[in-house]
Design a protein around this ligand. Structure first.
Ligand SMILES: C[S@@+](CC[C@H](N)C(=O)[O-])C[C@H]1O[C@@H](n2cnc3c(N)ncnc32)[C@H](O)[C@@H]1O
Length: 311
């Protein structure tokens, strides 16, 4: 718990567990996240290992936790591939990740070598991430465990950063001014920016989504792009979340969904802010496109990735 009275995001950990579980097992070489496991603590890695080895645990709570990580692993594969590809296509020298959580791109994507990355997140979540990076660094450097990839490199944040820089920028979208925070951390509003907003929109109210979009649009120079992942309404997904809560998972109960958007509504909102949607795909279609016709959850259909450009 931080001074602001809010604890670090647990859904950010779940998404990271999903990426760690899917690493090397996604059925496609277009997905890979070797860094995710480094950001997890021992107990969190247990569930990941269970999913990776399909070792279904017995207890009800353990089983629910297992299913959450397994479902999340399915969601993050198409979402990550689509977003990574959009970031490559819309590369600028500035990448602002809104609600970064345990995002690993600054430590994972060599294509960011010429890009400064701003990791914007709620102060409690950001503090937690920085602690995890430090823990990963000390694990990798501890004697008897051999030389990890960052051993001896003296990275202040632990794992080797592949981006040109990472600038941690604490912002609570509910109360803070995004523009002021980015100014204070050296973001250049007059230069093109690639914005990434992944897995955050559902946790914000419609007003907070509008306010955040207005703030970023005010700093979006020509040549910029926004990659936004959002959730469309779905009775099936709502029922699944309710069931998970009833079965005892407290992961999602502390972070309820507050806004769902139909693609048309999201497109209209982006266009009000001068951003023209160039693609908007559901995760189920992306999963089929990226990894072929394996069994896929229909619930993937309500998650979407849209890319919008400012001409
Ligand atoms: C599900 S996690 C997604 C993290 C990351 N983008 C990913 O996809 O792995 C949701 C993130 O939204 C952030 N978030 C939720 N509400 C927020 C708020 N009011 N202000 C800032 N960040 C917020 C949380 O701190 C958390 O990092």
């Amino acid at each position: 718990m931080t001074d602001s009275g809010r604890t670090a995001s647990r859904t950010a950990v779940l998404v990271c567990q999903g990426r760690a579980a899917a690493h090397g097992r996604a059925g496609t070489d277009r997905f890979s996240d070797p860094v995710a496991a480094e950001l997890l603590r021992d107990a969190e890695r247990t569930a990941v290992d269970e999913v990776r080895t399909a070792a279904v645990p017995k207890g009800r709570q353990e089983r629910t936790r297992y299913e959450s990580v397994r479902a999340c692993a399915e969601v993050v594969v198409p979402r990550t591939i689509a977003i990574d590809e959009a970031l490559r296509t819309h590369a600028t020298g500035q990448l602002v990740i809104l609600g970064a959580g345990l995002d690993t791109r600054a430590w994972r994507l060599p294509e960011l070598a010429q890009t400064d990355v701003w990791e914007v997140d709620h102060p409690a979540s950001q503090q937690d991430k920085r602690a995890r990076l430090a823990e990963a660094a000390s694990r990798l450097r501890s004697p008897g465990e051999g030389d990890g990839p960052s051993a001896g490199q003296g990275e202040p944040t632990g794992l080797p950063v592949l981006a040109r820089s990472v600038r941690f920028t604490p912002v609570d979208f509910a109360v803070d001014d995004l523009g002021t925070a980015l100014d204070a951390h050296g973001h250049d509003a007059s230069a093109p920016t690639t914005w990434l907003w992944e897995g955050v929109v559902p946790y914000l109210t419609r007003e907070q989504v509008r306010a955040t979009l207005a703030a970023l649009a005010a700093r979006t120079a020509p040549g910029s792009a926004l990659v936004v992942n959002y959730q469309a309404p779905s009775a099936r997904v709502a029922a699944g979340r309710l069931l998970t809560r009833l079965l005892g998972s407290s992961i999602t109960s502390g972070e309820p969904w507050r806004s769902l958007w139909q693609p048309g509504q999201m497109g209209a909102l982006l266009s009000e802010h001068g951003l023209r949607v160039v693609s908007d795909d559901d995760l189920l279609s992306l999963a089929y496109a990226f990894a072929g016709p394996a069994h896929r959850r229909a619930s993937l259909r309500s998650g979407r990735v849209a890319v919008a450009e400012r001409a």
